[in-house]
Design a protein around this ligand. Sequence first.
Ligand code: MN
Length: 277
Amino acid sequence: MLIILILLVNEININLTLFSWWRDAFDVYVIRMPQNNVYFLSDIHLQIEIDEKEIRKRNHLFSLLEKIQSEKAILVIVGDWFDFYFEYEHVITKNYFDVFVKMKNLRDAGVDIYYHSGNHDYWLGDFITNHLGIKVFHEPVTLKFAGKSFHLNHGDGLSKDDNKYRIMKRFLRHPVIIWLFKQFHPDWGHRLAKLVSYKSREYTQETIESLESRIKENRIYAESIFKSGIDYFITGHIHLPYIESFEDHTFLTIGDFIQHNTYGHFDGNELVLKTWK
Ligand SMILES: [Mn+2]
């Protein structure tokens, strides 16, 4: 017997496992509505310490999240949502509580969230996946929406002169290092993170010319990805928004949600760079 189940809203998707006995009993085909409303955000760098600037940033971000929620759209995070994130066994960061609640609200409202970790938040773990129901990717990934392919790469370590960074990246992601950090009391861990965060104000000190040359390097890298038939290459990390559309593909550097408040939006036809005012 063939039953075609058309899911009109995304929220049913979360409970698909409930239908597994159905699928066994009949042939159930799940057809989701066209995914033609997708928001791409990166480099919010939510801080573990809350000051007035951070409160303003969060309020601004939350107003965009409310729009995404009311539209039941899809949210794709392209890294550095958090300025520091570490997955402890039993502890979550107190000052992210309102952010976690917002993310949970989005999920409960039927918003699918895809999260590709950046260099500041690559320690995402099971709290994000199991408790918040967010799909996490630690490596560059290609997602498909409305028949179009979107390649996500946070953009760290793509520059040729980033050898030092690439070594550090491998070091920080090493299971032994992660285990060691876990042995620290979480308060000490957060204090250390605060210290490192002040030191690594990435790219904010760089000139526009230097940032633009980084973007150019990433765009050259993207060419090889486009050759494999990818429609959109989306990256973040550089904190300077940039979009370039070619005949059949688009290269996007999202910018950030600190100075520029920029995001990518896909409406089913094209990907555009927008500013949230
Ligand atoms: Mn970054």
